[in-house]
Design a protein around this ligand. Structure first.
Ligand SMILES: NC(=O)c1ccc[n+]([C@@H]2O[C@H](COP(=O)([O-])OP(=O)(O)OC[C@H]3O[C@@H](n4cnc5c(N)ncnc54)[C@H](OP(=O)(O)O)[C@@H]3O)[C@@H](O)[C@H]2O)c1
Length: 223
């Protein structure tokens, strides 16, 4: 069985990713700012308190797990701030927070954990991005969120080049529009429709998939 590390694991997509991998019999490093509410999930789950923008804490966790092989690292934690969304009411502080959580923190996670992933069997580095980060699909609004996910996509494309010699498979995924706190009740997909499908896609990733931007169902999304 493999080992997965998931950020933002206490609710939404991250919580269900934790449940899905635990149900498969994987060892799960479930990272959350407040892991207290996660204690009743069955399986080989290791809880870690982690604010992803606390880079000393990210390094400390990487050190704590040094020597361990992590087959799949999933950078899932993310924010969407309405204050930074609309032209005419842009908010610099909300922009900075959005970029820090959605774009900078995943790259810092990747840097800290590259060796853990490289020494594993599956060697998969996954970022939960969004179709809203696709320049091809851009229509309007949600400037900070869209731009932060576009930046994340560029980072993962760069990682796919820089880590190819280590055999890593770096993929960004869109979970669909999903009914979570972020997605809202009007979203078209339930968590049960999105997360198991994403896990199936991640399970099936091969070396040729390095550097791709994939939908939750495995279809390609244009950059
Ligand atoms: N739902 C959708 O329709 C949708 C669509 C496209 C992409 N996504 C992406 O999917 C990912 C998960 O979203 P979701 O729908 O599950 O959203 P959610 O229900 O709002 O959950 C967001 C998660 O991110 C965590 N988080 C936020 N800031 C953090 C920080 N600074 N440090 C550590 N954890 C932090 C939250 O932890 P706390 O509980 O501590 O706040 C929470 O676990 C995000 O990257 C999002 O952009 C979602």
């Amino acid at each position: 069985m493999g080992t997965v590390l998931i950020t933002g694991a206490a609710r939404g997509l991250g919580l269900d990713l934790t449940k899905q991998y635990a149900a498969k019999g994987w060892k799960v490093h479930a990272c959350a700012r407040n892991p207290a509410g996660m204690k009743d999930i069955d399986g080989d789950i290791h809880h870690h308190r982690l604010e992803v923008t606390d880079y000393d804490a990210v390094k400390a966790l990487a050190n704590k797990l040094s020597g361990e092989a992590i087959d799949v690292l999933i950078c899932n934690a993310g924010v969407s701030r309405t204050a930074a969304a609309t032209l005419g009411s842009l908010d610099a502080a909300a922009w900075r927070e959005t970029f820090e959580v959605n774009a900078l923190a995943p790259l810092m996670m990747a840097e800290a954990f590259i060796d853990h992933v490289a020494r594993s069997t599956e060697r998969k580095l996954i970022a939960i991005s969004s179709r809203l980060g696709s320049i091809t699909h851009c229509n309007s609004g949600r400037y900070a969120y869209r731009a932060s996910k576009t930046a994340l996509n560029m980072e993962w494309k760069g990682l796919s080049v820089d880590t190819a010699s280590k055999g890593l498979i770096c993929v960004v995924m869109h979970p669909g529009w999903v009914q979570t706190d972020m997605g809202g009740a009007q979203a078209t997909l339930t968590i049960a429709q999105s997360v198991p499908a994403m896990v199936k896609v991640i399970d099936g990733l091969k070396a040729d998939d390095n550097g791709r931007f994939l939908n939750y169902d495995g279809s390609e999304i244009p950059w």
